[in-house]
Design a binder for this molecule. Structure first.
Ligand code: ADP
Ligand code: 5GP
Length: 211
């Protein structure tokens, strides 16, 4: 993991994380309807496509060899191996370009990836999405019908470990009622856009005045 290289960062980086099945993808889709200027990073994965998942839309699907090549060429901002054994990572170029153009960028990634980003990019905004209960998390994964029973159990079994990282995050949003959770995310986004001073960023205020 390396820090984004551009010195010309104008946008904000929002990292949305939490257990698999909690509703991260659903929430981010809804949020983008309200804020069409936001850009969502599309991850690279070594996992096989699910039915209906298109290359370059859900993910960029790559072999493990191709993924390792991307790591070696420093093309990923962060990457992690998930409980299913597959690798997932965030392509660097898109994020850097969008931030430099002044877009706010959302990463929807697992907790291990979020912690890597935080280490090197602490001025990001880190949001943990919490399920109303572990039982409901399991129900959601089951109703999504994308995972085998074994994979569902695997994913639920690491939720406790993932939740142990909550203190490292800036915001905690429970995804109980979908609309309420989207409203909370929208409130976070608007609040961050209204910040006078970027998090951990020094300013004397002079650049805020139009002369
Ligand atoms: P993630 O991206 O975190 O793995 P998804 O967005 O795929 O999770 O959501 C998992 C399942 O839960 C999907 O079937 C989705 O429709 C459903 N879901 C998401 N949010 C809610 C909610 N607030 N209430 C009930 N079901 C939800
Ligand atoms: P899924 O197989 O359900 O699409 O994703 C499994 C997990 O990988 C989810 O928790 C998802 O948020 C996470 N994930 C998706 N993309 C990335 C990424 O680029 N980096 C990391 N670290 N995790 C990711």
């Amino acid at each position: 993991m390396e820090t984004p290289r551009s010195n010309n960062i104008k946008g904000r980086l929002f990292v949305i994380s939490g257990p698999s099945g909690v509703g991260k993808g659903t929430l981010v889709r809804e949020l983008c309807h309200c804020f069409p200027d936001i850009r969502v990073s599309i991850s690279v994965t070594t996992r096989l496509p699910r039915e209906g998942e298109r290359e370059g839309s859900a993910y960029f699907f790559r072999t493990e060899e191709q993924f390792r090549g991307m790591i070696q060429r420093s093309e990923l901002l962060e990457y992690a191996q998930f409980v299913n054994g597959c690798f997932y990572g965030t392509p660097r170029a898109f994020v850097e370009e969008m931030l430099a153009e002044g877009h706010d960028v959302i990463l929807e990634i697992d907790v291990k990836g979020a912690m890597q980003i935080k280490e090197h990019w602490p001025q990001g905004v880190f949001v943990f999405i919490l399920p109303p209960s572990l039982e409901e998390l399991e129900n959601r994964l089951r109703h999504r019908k994308t995972e085998s029973e074994e994979a569902i159990q695997q994913r639920v079994s690491i939720a406790d470990q993932e939740m142990a990282y909550i203190p490292q995050f800036d915001y905690l949003v429970t995804n109980d009622d979908l609309k309420t959770a989207v409203d909370k995310l929208a409130a976070i986004l608007v609040a961050e856009r209204c910040r006078v001073k970027g998090k951990k960023e020094k300013t004397d205020g002079s650049q805020l005045i139009t002369r």
